[in-house]
Design a protein around this ligand. Structure first.
Ligand code: F6P
Length: 545
């Protein structure tokens, strides 16, 4: 079967949710806590090393029941079965969506087109592991007999963001290899990276699912040319490896067949860090930590597959997000990890979430007349507090935010950790409570201001509060917990795509830019400028002057 195709706005539960929203819209989260002393227990989930507190949201048990009804009406369960069973749910590209198979244990059986994919997944993983062991131990030598010291991942989008984000997230677990990432086609960045490299001791990992991506091929070509100004052609075999589905193109680029780490077309780029695309992660932290990352993701997959919807972390987060997006008119969601290690999580999730669910046509091919994908942004706390928190506290928009924190710091810096977590906790409380006019006046009075000064200042000191947050409190930042966290967001993406009746696993919207860039490149490098609008033509002329 293909995915169910149900317009959510035509369901009974959608109508009930609209009515429910009208009845509830003036309620305040704080009042909900006063009415229900058990609210935290009822609206939080303790699972493994995760505590997920969603009690500081504008919702009641009735809201969750109605949202669950919606999930049932759009047949989320059937969609989940189709997804995990390897059906071609990426219908517009005719492919299965099986990144979950990449983290399944060797004992699992997952079929795609009648073939169990698990043995090949584990065979590729074995190749990754033994290659990483050889590079890390120094057994794999460069062309002058020296061990590898530096790794450069050349890729973009899903072939860069996941590996780069996770390598940074797991910096505490890193070995001696210095791992860098080149993604943008900007030559200046390539040159800055090259400046730091010794060709004798650098390994280049070219990652491109299609092996046709302009940025990646340009960067790889420039780096290869630079490398060959120092080393002989045969040295390519020791210094260049590639990850792709396109074995022909890899061969044409001159990569030795032993140095190819294949990936399958049923892995979407933005969900590919679990595949050979994660080679740079495995090199940076070693195969054992990479395995732990995958094991964590698998645990989250099992939780997602088996837990009841109201006990299911990704399902709940997806339902809450739909509640704000479609009933409260929230336009964006903020992701605020309280750790520098995860400072690139928001950028990573921007691709994951926005490339997946930024769609305006439903699964029947009709233009959609309701809101879909949320805009994702964020930054690490406490830096974010000193940057954009003003807007969340006192701006005019509803911005649901996920606060992600860890109970223990990795280096045991207790004093810092206490301050960090004090901010973490204080912010969600403040966002919910706000500050009333009389509290603001009282505060000004205690500072000795006159009544007229108080009257003038008080309006600006008021915080409306009632700002929704989810708190994810995880025991410690470990490879396994990062695996769980990423998989949690991946499954949230899936659920939202199903609820919105869209296809989450294609990305036709990025193709237009690619096509146009090729035309404009001809304009820039050739003698003639093709037909464009007046502004574009003027800009091209200016560039060519
Ligand atoms: O930008 C679109 C996109 O297709 C992403 O989905 C993908 O992650 C990225 O380009 C890179 O593609 P590739 O791995 O094929 O080079």
């Amino acid at each position: 079967m293909t995915l169910p195709k149900i317009n959510p706005t035509t369901t009974q539960s959608w109508k009930k949710l609209q009515e429910h929203f009208q009845a509830e819209k003036n309620n305040r989260i704080q009042d909900l806590f006063e009415k229900d002393p058990n609210r935290f227990d009822s609206f939080s989930i303790q699972w493994e090393d995760f505590l997920v507190d969603f009690s500081k949201n504008r919702l009641t048990k009735e809201t969750l029941d109605l949202l669950e009804e919606l999930a049932n009406e759009v047949d989320l369960k059937a969609a989940m079965r189709a997804y995990f069973d390897g059906e071609a749910i990426n219908q517009t590209e005719g492919r299965a969506v099986l990144h979950t198979a990449l983290r399944a244990p060797a004992t699992a059986q997952i079929y795609e087109n009648g073939l169990d994919v698990v043995p090949e997944v584990h065979a590729i993983k074995a190749k990754i592991n033994s290659f990483c062991d050889a590079v890390i131990s120094g057994a794999h030598k460069g062309y002058t007999g020296k061990a590898i010291t530096d790794v450069v991942n050349i890729g973009i989008g899903g072939s860069d963001l996941g590996p780069a984000m996770v390598t940074e997230a797991l910096a505490y677990y890193k070995n001696h290899l210095n791992v860098q990432f080149v993604s943008n086609v900007e030559g200046d960045h390539v040159r800055e990276v090259i400046k730091t490299l010794d060709p004798e001791t650098t390994l280049f990992v070219i990652v491109s699912k299609t092996f046709t991506t302009q940025e990646t091929l340009s960067n790889a070509t420039t780096i290869r040319q630079w490398f060959l100004t120092h080393a002989p052609e045969e040295a390519i075999a020791q210094h260049f490896v590639a990850v792709s589905t396109n074995l022909e193109k890899i061969a044409a680029f001159g990569i030795h067949p032993d140095n190819v780490f294949p990936m399958k077309d049923w892995v979407g780029g933005r969900f590919s860090l679990w595949s050979a695309v994660g080679l740079s992660i495995a090199l940076a932290v070693g195969p054992n930590h990479f395995e732990a990352l995958l094991a964590g993701a698998h645990k989250m997959d099992e939780h997602f597959k088996t837990a009841d919807f109201q006990e299911n972390i990704p399902v709940l987060l997806a339902l809450i997000s739909v509640w704000y997006n479609n009933f409260w008119g929230a336009e964006s969601e903020a992701i605020i990890p309280y750790t520098q290690y995860l400072r690139n999580l928001p950028a990573y999730l921007q691709q994951g979430i926005m490339e997946s669910n930024g769609k305006g046509v439903d699964r029947q091919g009709n233009k959609i007349d309701y809101q879909t994908g949320t805009i994702i942004w964020g930054g690490s706390g406490t830096n974010a507090q000193h940057a954009f928190f003003q807007h969340i506290h006192q701006g005019t928009k509803v911005i649901p935010a996920d606060f992600i924190g860890f109970k223990k710091s990795l280096y045991g810096e207790t004093e810092h950790q206490n301050k960090l977590m004090a901010n973490f906790i204080a912010q969600t409380e403040a966002l919910m409570r706000g500050k009333t006019r009389s509290e603001a006046e009282q505060e000004l009075k205690s500072k000795g201001l006159s009544q007229s000064e108080i009257d003038a200042l008080a309006p600006f000191k008021v915080f409306e509060g009632n700002k929704p947050t989810n708190t994810l409190l995880i025991d410690a930042l470990k490879p396994e917990s990062i695996g769980k966290l990423i998989a949690m967001y991946e499954q949230k993406i899936f659920v939202q795509g199903i609820l919105w009746n869209i296809f989450s696993y294609d990305q036709w919207g990025v193709e237009l830019g690619k096509q146009l860039a090729n035309t404009v490149l001809n304009d820039l490098t050739g003698n003639e400028i093709a037909q464009h609008d007046v502004s574009t033509t003027a800009l091209l002329k200016h560039l060519k002057q």
